[in-house]
Design a protein around this ligand. Structure first.
Ligand code: NAD
Length: 292
């Protein structure tokens, strides 16, 4: 039913998805602009094609794991895109952290040509992609989501169908607004605890059994911050994008978010100090007075 699965974007997340799909017995075709990424996916067992049109020809189901909504638009509606080909129904599953309005717009174009789009952005990082335990926030019609379920079930642990097309992308933006804010509030909590004479280890250990805990105290601090590893596989550049999207969504919907807006300003200004390819957990090391 799902046929051969194409994966476009073989980065930190896409590569893990390829490995998981192969392990679950799907045949996978991969495409990335980066030759290194193509080689790595071929080594993992995927078939690699030289161009996007070849992937669209070969695959009934297509997963996208691209940096931004603009990349998604280009890949689907550009000159080499799906809409420029004369093909029967394709199922497109967009796992990119993208923009609800862009997603709905592309959906309308694809639907006229008989294709199906669902948005299924993810949480859980490269580790979740590699283990097939991603949290998925899915937007789409009931029948379309049901059709995608064998693929979603391979990639995902907890899968929540949150509404029509675009709703998944809205939920993911809300999720990452919380993550970005929690990183800042946890770094303030650690500064306060340290100043009051408590070690970070003891503070985090106690908080993780208390009601102040979050994914940041339970996962990020032990795994990537306290040990100085900063190797989560998620970058400052992508998180800055997500915070920008959250602020834009709030403005568009006319929702006042004064606390999150301050966090948004600090994330925006962080580009003075931290490059796009730095680990996103580095925000905890930023000078707290930097926001001005
Ligand atoms: P990444 O930068 O590692 O990978 C993106 C890949 O897309 C790159 O290999 C790039 O070469 C490729 N690409 C760009 N334009 C292309 C095109 N036109 N055709 C084919 N390939 C193209 O990013 P990532 O960390 O894998 O994230 C992918 C998406 O998932 C982003 O939207 C991100 O916000 C989201 N996300 C990431 C994480 C994480 O922990 N890394 C977690 C959840 C969601």
């Amino acid at each position: 039913e799902t046929g051969t699965i194409g994966v476009i974007g073989l980065g930190n997340m896409g590569m893990g998805m390829v490995r998981t799909l192969l392990r679950d017995g799907f045949s996978v075709v991969g495409f990335d602009l980066s030759a290194d990424r193509q080689t790595e996916a071929a080594t993992a067992g995927a078939t690699i094609v030289a161009s996007l049109p070849e992937l669209f020809e070969a695959c009934k189901t297509i997963i996208l794991s691209l940096p931004t909504a603009n990349h998604v638009r280009t890949v689907l509606t550009g000159d080499d895109g799906l809409v420029a080909r004369d093909l029967d129904a394709r199922l497109v599953i967009d796992t990119t952290t993208s923009e609800p309005d862009v997603t709905r717009d592309i959906d309308a174009t694809l639907r006229r040509l008989g294709h199906i789009l669902i948005d299924a952005p993810v949480s859980g990082g490269p580790a979740g992609a590699n283990s097939g335990q991603l949290t998925m926030m899915v937007g789409g019609d009931d029948a379309d989501v049901a059709r995608a379920m064998p693929v979603l079930a391979s990639l995902g642990g907890k899968i929540t169908h949150v509404g029509p097309v675009g709703a998944g992308h809205a939920v993911k933006i809300v999720n990452n607004m919380l993550v970005a804010s929690h990183l800042l509030t946890m770094s303030e909590a650690v500064r306060l605890g340290n100043a009051a004479g408590v070690t970070t280890e003891n503070l985090i250990s106690a908080l993780n059994a208390g009601s102040g805990r979050s994914a940041i105290s339970e996962v990020n601090y032990p795994k990537w911050v306290m040990n100085g590893a900063f190797d989560s596989g998620f970058t400052m550049g992508l998180m800055r994008k997500d915070m920008r999207l959250a602020m834009a969504l709030a403005k568009d919907k006319d929702v006042a978010l004064p606390v999150s807006a301050l966090a948004g300003q600090i994330w925006g200004k962080s580009s003075d100090l931290l490059a796009d390819d730095a680990d996103f957990n580095r925000i905890t090391e930023c000078d707290p007075t930097h926001a001005g």
